[in-house]
Write a protein that binds this ligand. Sequence first.
Ligand code: GLN
Length: 198
Amino acid sequence: MRIAVLALQGAFIEHEKMLASLGAECFEIRALSDLNRPFDGLVLPGGESTVQGRLLKDLGLFEPLKAKIEAGLPVLATCAGMILLSEKLSGDQTVWFGTLPCTVKRNAYGRQLASFHSEDEFKGLGRVPMTFIRAPAVQSVKPECQVLAVTRGIISAVRCENQLALAFHPELDGDPRVHRYFLGMVQKAQNGALKMAS
Ligand code: GLN
């Protein structure tokens, strides 16, 4: 399995380490030419969504990546990545990829709780450690989204088909279960594609 990790800004190296430890091959996307390499899944890391979104557009990466996500490429999006995927940002007209049918509020936990750690139930995985850093909150989801985790009464993980979006940073806690779950999604998508081709 080859996973492309968006490496324009933010916490991308930690994802690569985690995925590599699970046997996936990773490479970084920094320029348009990087998209010439084949890949089976994409990671949109945490960081600063406005900076990442602008860089994606300036580098010409935005439209080709959006087309791939719309075509069903499995995506793991953390924090800023979740903001980039969301269909609507609360109190903000900005829409980036807009492929994930939910409404998200940026920096939703306020100053006091800008960063915190939690351990909550993740559907199918049990309790997993969760690190939140100036995290967004999922305020509402459309029926096609599955809620996978709730933290302090607020949705913190959602899945819609091949898009897995998390308000927290699973790459920072040394627990590989969320990444393994994502690689399972990638494997399933690959199997589906093989079936269609045969
Ligand atoms: N607050 C950041 C944003 O709005 C996201 C923070 C993060 O990715 N840890 O983009």
